[in-house]
Ligand binder design. Structure first.
Ligand SMILES: [Fe+2]
Length: 213
């Protein structure tokens, strides 16, 4: 929710934020996208497959131009049903939580391994090796390498999840080795999809914690 800190460098420059994109309904934190949209007075974009109870500009697969940039919108479900990836000017891939650095997004909160396998192999690995990869999330490998960005070529060669050559192999790979599910993740999903306001989620957490004391 602490979006002002993130927006400040742009606000203080001559740049202008013309749109906010939320790549998916997050399950591990409260999204600041709606607050950023309010502060910037611009549209909030999400995949047209997103099931949310607030106003968005739905993005369909294909090319759109925004403020002089050519954006290729790619639906990449798997980590979550509505995960969106965007290729900017054929050079940079914003991969949401589909393809991470040395890792992929977990599927045990809102996703399906089969969908993720298809999104990775049929869609993102079709991109050129030179495309830079900027994910929305660090992966488990981040704690070893410290890297937060990569390229399609590096990931194609070295990402362990991409070495699984069948859906069955991939499903087994995705079934273990993940951190525990985030506490209250179902509430994060409800807030981030607009089903309940943040204040209601906070009251539920306070009550649950009070009952534990
Ligand atoms: Fe996520």
């Amino acid at each position: 929710m602490d979006v002002e800190r993130l927006l400040e460098p742009v606000m203080q420059s001559s740049g202008k934020i013309v749109g906010v994109v939320d790549t998916h309904v997050h399950a591990d934190h409260i999204s600041g996208a709606r607050e950023a949209q309010r502060l910037c007075r611009c549209p909030l974009y999400m995949s047209k497959t997103a099931s949310v109870k607030f106003e968005i500009e739905p993005l369909d697969e294909g090319e759109v131009e925004l403020s002089g940039l050519r954006l290729r919108i790619i639906d990449t479900p798997g980590h979550s049903p509505e995960n969106l990836s965007i290729v900017v000017d054929d050079r940079v891939l914003l991969s949401g939580d589909c393809l991470l650095v040395g890792d992929v997004g977990r599927v045990d909160l809102r996703g399906r391994a089969e969908d993720l396998y298809t999104s990775l192999h049929s869609k993102l690995l079709a991109l050129d090796d030179s495309v830079e990869v900027l994910p929305a999330h660090i992966g488990r490998q981040h704690f070893v390498s410290g890297e937060s960005s990569s390229t399609i070529g590096i990931e194609r060669r070295s990402n362990p999840a991409l070495q699984m050559k069948s859906i069955e192999e991939f499903r087994t790979y995705m079934a273990e080795g993940w951190p525990p599910k985030p506490e209250h993740y179902e509430l994060f999903i409800k807030v981030n999809s607009g089903q309940i306001p943040l204040s209601e989620a906070q009251a539920i957490v306070r009550k649950a914690e009070g009952e534990l004391v």
